[in-house]
Design a protein around this ligand. Structure first.
Ligand code: PM9
Length: 439
């Protein structure tokens, strides 16, 4: 715990960017659910079984088996984390001048697509951009937008569509199985691949079980398999759903494409049977995959997110509706409606929350969206959000109560929160290292 005076000093040192705080100076850390999970006793036991051979580690085969069993992709290329898989996939599928549609952008995913020479196009349904819409599947692709893009640029310039399950920047919102089926049918007919961002697909499967007609009696494990069966490949950050601190993979069906990916993984990550991971890390991820689809686990995980979200809704705090899978997203544009978008209300709100109570959150608005590579102008997404991200198996309901009280306090005192301007703006993925001062 820190004092208010401590936090004023730490926040200034960090340039009003919660990524630049030291974790020691944070009381409750809701920056991200990425790699912040608590591993189970079984996973830790697995860590002791690391086979640290350079090639052909026993743990690689355990991971391959787990991915085949639960995700259904026959070809597995391990990577150090999700963006390693995104880099390789973008390089093997994209030619300069191509177009890649997706159900909303994600920061690292779009950055790799752009670096490979593609233009990203958002083809998510309009409801996803409206924080108040209660659509049960705000992650759905708008087929009319997707088809219009393909007509405009030609199917041969669209190597694949990225479908995220769930959609992080829309608020952890799920895509329905019916929608993904329709996307896959259309894509197949036009020679376009479907690539699933499976980072939080287990959480997505839980929402399908809860909300999609006819799915109530189907297990989360079976729904996950059905989701993946519709995709030609998947990128995965195991640091989320798979309950580990590090690890990822690229899963594919086409063995020739997998050969190409293996050719690149040895260049960027490590040999194709470890992909930048220690053997013990692959073992922990293999065990975590099995744990992640257990019904009791996933119900309590999302239940905790909803416990916090419901407290804020009951207090009248504007949050993205319906509540998502991994986080509660505060509608910073509504809360700090005295600040123009140019003064980054979400960045300012995240800073104010830290100042109030030592709770760390993350900006997910204009700072994260970066600049248009063509025009150099700031991109202003419809959603200007602060994410309260819940690590898995880490915090108690009492911690959630403290967070709710802190947010409510900041909202009550919102008139005193000032806007921010850049003092340092990195060129790529600027949100990680940018620095700000008060306007
Ligand atoms: N997500 C998150 O906090 C990690 C840092 S922010 C860039 O939400 C999706 C949907 C993600 C994601 C990371 C990645 C990249 C891909 N897709 O962080 O490289 O949410 O393992 O995964 C973060 P890695």
């Amino acid at each position: 715990m820190t004092t208010h005076a401590d936090r004023v000093a730490y926040l200034h040192e960090a340039g009003f960017n919660t990524f630049l705080l030291r974790s020691e100076d944070v009381y409750i850390d809701l920056l991200t659910d990425s790699g912040t999970n608590a591993m189970s006793d079984r996973q830790w036991a697995g860590m002791m079984m690391g086979d640290e051979a350079y090639a052909g580690s026993r743990n690689f085969y355990a991971l391959e088996e787990a991915v085949r069993t639960y995700y259904g992709f026959p070809e597995l290329i391990p990577t150090h984390q999700g963006r390693g898989a995104e880099n390789i996939l973008s390089k093997i599928l994209i030619k300069p001048g191509d177009h890649v549609p997706g159900n909303m952008y994600f920061t690292t995913t779009r950055a790799h697509q752009e670096l490979a020479g593609a233009t990203f196009h958002d083809v998510i349904i309009d409801d996803a951009h409206d924080p108040a819409s209660n659509h049960p599947f705000k992650g759905d692709v708008d087929l009319a937008k997707f088809e219009a893009l393909v007509r405009e640029v030609g199917a041969d310039r669209v190597p694949y569509i990225t479908v995220s399950a769930t959609v992080n920047l829309a608020g952890g919102q799920p895509i329905s199985l019916a929608n993904l089926r329709a996307v896959a049918e259309y894509s197949r007919a036009h020679g376009i691949k479907v690539i699933l961002d499976a980072t939080r697909a287990v959480e997505n499967a839980w929402f399908i079980q809860q909300r999609e007609p006819g799915m109530a009696g189907v297990t989360v494990a079976e729904i996950l398999k059905q989701l993946c069966a519709l995709a030609d490949g998947a990128t995965m950050s195991g640091k989320k759903d798979s309950l580990v601190n590090i690890g990822g993979w690229l899963g594919l069906r086409d063995p020739r494409l997998a050969e190409k990916a293996r050719g690149l993984v040895v260049l960027y990550e490590g040999l194709h049977t470890y992909g930048g991971l220690a053997g013990r890390d692959m073992e922990a991820m293999a065990i975590g995959i099995g744990e992640s689809v257990q019904e009791d686990y996933i119900r309590s995980r999302i239940g905790q997110v909803h416990y916090l979200g419901q407290k804020l809704i009951d207090a009248g705090v504007p949050v993205v509706r319906p509540l998502g899978g991994h986080a509660v997203f505060l509608d910073a544009a509504a809360i700090l409606d005295h600040l123009p978008r140019e003064e980054f209300p979400a960045q300012a709100l995240a800073a104010a929350l830290y100042l109030e109570s030592g709770v760390r959150s993350m900006e997910r608005g204009a700072v994260s969206a970066g600049r248009d590579p063509e025009t150099g102008e700031n991109r202003y997404p419809a959603l200007e959000l602060v994410r309260l991200t819940i690590p898995r198996r880490v915090y108690t309901q009492a911690h959630m109560d403290v967070v709710a009280e802190s947010v409510i306090e900041v909202v009550e005192q919102r008139a005193g929160v000032r806007g921010l301007r850049f003092t340092y703006e990195p060129e790529l993925l600027r949100f990680f290292q940018a620095r700000f001062e008060e306007t």
